[in-house]
Structures are given as C-alpha cells and as structure tokens.
Design a binder for this molecule. Structure first.
Ligand code: DC
Length: 211
C-alpha cells in the first residue's frame, strides 16, 4: 500500500459526500479536493461571459481559462450554479481540460477527492473508493434544510425536482457518467446521521488501506 493514498468519494448530489470527504481527509492527514467546485466555477465563467453552459465551445474555453482563484468565488452554490455546473460537466472537452489538474492534485501527496467520476475515470487505481448515496427524497430533504439554514426560502418540491433532474443528467451523459466503480464500497446514508455515516466510511477506508 502506498503511504500517500488517493481516496475516491463519488455519489449523487446532496448525498453528504463533501462532509464525509472533508472529515476523512482531516482524520487521515490528507489534502482534500471538492472536484464539483471545478465544474461550478467553469459554469459561472460561462454565465459571466453571457454564454450558454450547454454550448461545448464556450464551456471548453472557460475550462481551459480556469484559474485557482475562480474556486474561491462566493457564488458557486445555489440553483443557477447547480444547473450550469451539471451542463458544462456533460461536455467532453471540459472534462478533459480538468483531468490533469485533478490527477496532479492527488498524485503529489495523496488526497481525498470527491466528485462523480473519481473512482471510475480520474483515479481508477485508487486503493479506496466509496460511492456515497441516499434516497432522492432524503437528499432533497437535506438540501432543503441546508437552504433553509442559510435563510433561503425554497419550495421542497422544486428542490427535489432540480435534484432529480441533475442526477438524471449526471447519470445519462456519455462521458464519465455518474456510476459506482466496480470496486467501490457503496455507502447508503439514507438512515444514517452524519456521525454514523462518517464512522462507516472511516471503517471502510481503514479496512481497504489496512490502517
Ligand atoms: O458535487 P457537486 O454537486 O458540487 O457537483 C456539481 C456538478 O458538477 C454535478 O452536477 C456534476 C458535476 N461533477 C462532475 O460531473 N464530476 C465531478 N467529478 C464532480 C462534479
């Protein structure tokens, strides 16, 4: 086993993978990369330029122009950013433009990366892979609670509809669709609270890495 492993955390929107991945990284002393932010930032750049996130030429140009500081923008969350990210993520040229950055990030010092295709495309040889999921209803409930906690008023039905639409787009795209790697451990958090989900994830990763 490598001393600086790459841990791949994939799964659908609002399954809790970000929280899990961040905690795993802190626990294991590894850097953490939220790869969704890359797609979100590309989506925002396309919108800033007045272009359509579904336009492959505009989306790829934005991905190639992406700068690290773009990941620190304050407007990368919310329904518009969600939809733009999911749209640019379906463009093959965007995915290939972002591939080397992600590989470089993990290869240097090991890392925990969360996203949709970390275990299938970015690091197919990662020694530990988790696919974190939960029922669409539960994920929509969590996303709604998150929005409400931020003081945003959201219609629960609209939140669930947007989430299902994003899942469908992420699963149906031809390039790097959302799906568990064959060797991923599937962790269904529908009935788990954050603490129980973290304990299960940590146990699975430790077992995989013989830690
Ligand atoms: O994880 P997130 O919700 O921040 O991701 C935003 C969008 O980016 C999501 O709809 C799919 C896409 N994405 C992707 O295609 N591949 C990744 N590795 C991460 C995110």
């Amino acid at each position: 086993m490598t001393m600086r492993p790459v841990i791949a955390i994939d799964g659908p929107a609002a399954a809790g993978k970000g929280t899990l991945a961040r905690r795993l990284a802190a626990e294991l002393g590894l850097p953490y990369l939220d790869t969704g932010l890359l797609y979100r930032a590309v989506g925002r750049l396309v919108l800033d330029a007045g272009n359509d996130p579904k336009d492959p030429t505009a989306a790829e140009a934005a991905a190639r122009a992406l700068q690290p500081t773009d990941l620190e923008r304050g407007d990368l969350r919310g329904p518009m950013a969600d939809a733009a990210a999911s749209a640019v993520a379906a463009v093959p040229g965007v995915r290939s433009a972002l591939l080397e950055f992600q590989r470089g990030f993990g290869a240097e010092r090991g890392a925990v990366l969360d996203g949709r295709d970390i275990g299938t495309v970015i690091f197919p040889d990662a020694p530990a892979k988790l696919f974190v999921t939960a029922s669409p209803e539960e994920r929509a409930r969590r996303r709604w609670l998150e929005l409400s906690a931020k003081g945003e008023t959201a219609d629960p039905a609209a939140v669930e509809r947007d989430l299902r639409a994003r899942d469908a787009r992420d699963e149906a795209r031809a390039t790097a669709p959302l799906r568990p790697a064959e060797d991923a451990m599937v962790l269904d958090t529908t009935t788990l609270d954050a603490e129980a989900a973290f304990a299960a994830a940590l146990a699975a990763v430790r077992a995989k890495l013989s830690l």
